[in-house]
Design a protein around this ligand. Structure first.
Ligand SMILES: [Zn+2]
Ligand SMILES: [Zn+2]
Ligand SMILES: [Zn+2]
Length: 91
């Protein structure tokens, strides 16, 4: 299972395009729709983006608007042990 989590991380890394972002260290995308999320979006009131923690403690970012779908993906991941189906990253 640890290896599957690793594969997801590698995929996340591949989506990372260096150069164009000032916030490379926190380059994150919604798992549900693939939209780019800025760190500030997690801090808004109400937040524009949320982090969903799965039962193994992995953290998955999502738009607040995508919460229902994102939670369903994480719940499926918890049920099946497979990496969550994540949308392709876009900007
Ligand atoms: Zn989204
Ligand atoms: Zn991005
Ligand atoms: Zn997990």
């Amino acid at each position: 299972m640890a290896q599957r989590e690793k594969r997801l991380t590698k995929r996340e890394r591949k989506a990372l395009t260096p150069g164009n972002h000032q916030h490379q260290a926190q380059h994150i995308h919604c798992i549900s729709c693939g939209r780019h999320l800025d760190p500030e979006e997690f801090e808004g009131i109400p937040p524009n983006a949320i982090v969903i923690t799965c039962q193994h403690g992995s953290r998955f970012p999502a738009c607040a608007a995508c919460e229902v779908d994102a939670r369903a993906r994480v719940a499926e991941h918890d049920r099946t042990g497979q990496p969550p189906r994540t949308a392709g990253a876009w900007h």
